[in-house]
Design a protein around this ligand. Sequence first.
Ligand code: FE
Length: 225
Amino acid sequence: MINLEALFNISYGLYIVCSGDKDKGNGYISNTVFQVTSEPARFAASCNKNNYTTELIQKTGAFSVSVLHTEASSEIIGNFGYKSGKDVDKLKGVNLIYGETGVPIVLDECISYYEFKVIQTVDVGTHILFIGEMVTAENIDTTKEPMTYLYYRNIRKGFSPKNAPTYIDKTKLDTKSRDASYKRFKCEVCGYIYDEAEHDIKFADLPDDWVCPICYTDKADFVEI
Ligand code: FE
């Protein structure tokens, strides 16, 4: 059997992966970026086939990775993690540079960045695994700590959006031991769950101008689960 809760014990970081060029660039939040060899330095990034950034990586043959720090705002996570580059220009107003390969690299709320040229792609079903050779690596701010997925989930109460390789449908997790007087409400935009058992206020008593702490959508976009 597969206990989905056991999957929470795999460690990940949290990154902004970007591609494209000066005319049209895009990025998204990823936790599946990892080093696969040291000499030469090669990394892998797993990207959902539905992500606009995936298209751009295929087109340009390059991508950048910026490492978010633990104080990164919900705004930046909401912008890159829960919106589609097909609908909005996610790079608008973002502090960025263009790398050697021409791809945008996000500097805001990140501590380091890397740039890669794609040397291999592997079709893994819902996702494409891009293997990239590092062409640039630089620190932006060494005073802060990198955001880990565990920190994001436990301290910031966030979790994987639907397109992430590590997405878990929380409604499928075991809820047998729950106190039935506490209700749970799910944000239909980002999937955040407001669990009354974890808060002092019942969902119905939240003010009308309350918004999702992850993606800033209205209270009206929540449904009871
Ligand atoms: Fe949300």
